[in-house]
Design a binder for this molecule. Structure first.
Ligand SMILES: Cc1ncc(COP(=O)(O)O)c(C=O)c1O
Length: 456
């Protein structure tokens, strides 16, 4: 392990080094992805089945096996507002932990809306606009995705309607205000503005909502409004693709640091920031045999990768999406209202699930108090307040660094600090005042949801 220049803390690239293409892992996968199926026929879906929801350019990206997919100039130009994002060496955290490990983090919180989400929001807004769409409908969990799409809608001149999961809508009013400032319309989900939302509210008037329900509402809104398409912030292959700018930049930045990571870590809700950081590195290992341990970290309250079943399931609660093969806790499963709202999802991206199933990546789950403890420790050493989601990755990065200390074997750790937590201070307050609760893994709820999996 080479020592980088003394105390060099930030590794900064020039705007010209913003990647010119997204990296498509389909070109290098050692195992074949499973087809996406039509829920009615059980047969693989074609572009026409997806056309009511997405513009053709995005559908073409899903079926492409080209390794490099060119980033259109207007998207790359918008990326200049915040890309390349910095890579940091966490000297102060290393000192606080007294570890021989070298810890690096990629900081995506520098984007205008505060997370990695604009990497795909800008791309999706661009392609929709180019194909004559005037309005986008979407869901948001933590509010980070909704803010990113609201920003992208403003950047490319599209109306945006956001269904915000009720639990987050109540916990994070400032996220709603940010979305409205960008010009989006925001409603709490379940809402009265869709047939499905009204049905859920009739059955459970105090529902805290879930990403699965909000997705169903956004899709219903899409198909019932002319000129509208659906936009999503995770799970789907093209979303993961757009996030690969993160990992590609870190490859250049780790070269600047003169080091190679041994362990690469990302939190995983639907899998997009995790994939964005790790796929370009995994592509290297598939092509050249380089070896990295790659770890996805999820919440104990919604542990799809560590405790779910690898099978075909719906992406949403109302069963409107196509069927995808993924690790799932069942589309009916509604996770407890943890503060990492972006990780409250019953499933996982099919590409991430495939890699886990075949042993190319590891997965771990963490309780929310332990993850906030790691977030506070990080903030006190590095100064940046992490969003609740990446505190899960920080927790495992710290574990790995302490393991290096215990074994006396140095290692290089790289993780994705995929967003800041400036709108999550009420959650930190609850943690600091001892009021934050852990939710045990809900065995019975998951069993009931798994019993409702589609019969294939
Ligand atoms: C900051 C942050 N991190 C992570 C996630 C989880 O999404 P993904 O697993 O797709 O990165 C979200 C989702 O809203 C988020 O806002």
């Amino acid at each position: 392990m080479a020592e980088s220049s003394p105390r060099r803390t930030k590794f900064i690239l020039d705007e010209e080094q913003i990647p010119r293409a997204w990296y498509n892992i389909a070109a290098d996968l050692p195992v074949r992805p499973e087809p996406v199926l039509h829920p009615g026929t059980g047969l693989p879906i074609g572009p026409d089945d997806l056309a009511p929801l997405f513009p053709m350019a995005l559908i073409a990206q899903v079926v492409s096996t080209d390794r490099d997919i060119e980033i259109p100039d207007p998207v790359r130009d918008a990326y200049r507002l915040y890309r390349p994002s910095p890579l940091y060496r966490a000297h102060r955290l290393e000192q606080a932990l007294d570890t021989p490990a070298h810890i690096y983090y990629k900081y995506e919180g520098v984007s205008p809306s505060g997370s990695h989400k604009p990497n795909t929001a800008l791309a999706q807004a661009f392609y929709n606009k180019a194909e004559g769409v005037t309005r986008l409908a979407t869901e948001t969990g933590a509010g980070q995705w909704g803010s990113a799409l609201a920003f992208a809608g403003a950047a490319f001149g599209l109306e945006v309607k956001v269904f915000m999961v009720r639990a987050s809508y109540d916990q994070k009013p400032y996220r709603r205000m940010l979305m409205e400032t960008y010009g989006a319309e925001v409603v709490a989900s379940p809402s009265l503005s869709t047939e499905y939302g009204r049905r859920v509210l009739n059955a459970t008037p105090d529902s805290t909502g879930s990403l699965g329900i909000a997705i169903s509402e956004a899709i219903e809104d899409t198909v019932s409004h002319p000129g509208t398409k659906y936009s999503l912030g995770s799970v789907f292959d093209f979303v993961l693709l757009h996030q690969t700018v993160i990992g590609q930049e870190t490859i250049l930045q780790m070269e600047m640091a003169g080091e190679e990571p041994d362990v690469i870590i990302g939190c995983a809700g639907g899998g997009s920031n995790f994939a964005g950081l790790t796929f370009p590195w995994l592509g290297r290992s598939f092509r050249d045999g380089a070896r990295y341990r790659v770890i996805a970290v999820e919440p104990e309250a919604a542990p799809s990768l560590t405790r779910g079943v690898y099978t075909y399931d719906f992406g949403d609660t109302a069963q409107m999406t196509p069927l995808v093969k993924m690790h799932t806790l069942g589309h009916d499963f509604i996770p407890d209202p943890i503060h990492a709202g972006g990780l409250r999802y019953h499933g996982m991206a099919p590409l991430v699930s495939l890699l886990k199933e075949h042993g190319y990546i590891e997965a771990r789950s963490v309780h929310q108090r332990a993850s906030f403890e790691a977030g506070v420790r990080f903030a006190r050493s590095e100064g940046i307040l992490p969003a609740p989601e990446p505190t899960h990755a920080i927790h495992v990065a710290i574990d790995e660094a302490l393991d290096a200390k215990a074994s006396g074997r140095p290692k290089v750790i790289l993780f994705n600090l995929c967003g800041h937590g400036h709108f999550d201070l009420s959650a930190y307050e609850r943690y600091l005042s001892g009021q934050l609760e852990d939710y045990e893994y809900p065995v019975e709820k998951v069993e009931a949801a798994l019993a409702a999996l589609p019969k294939m």
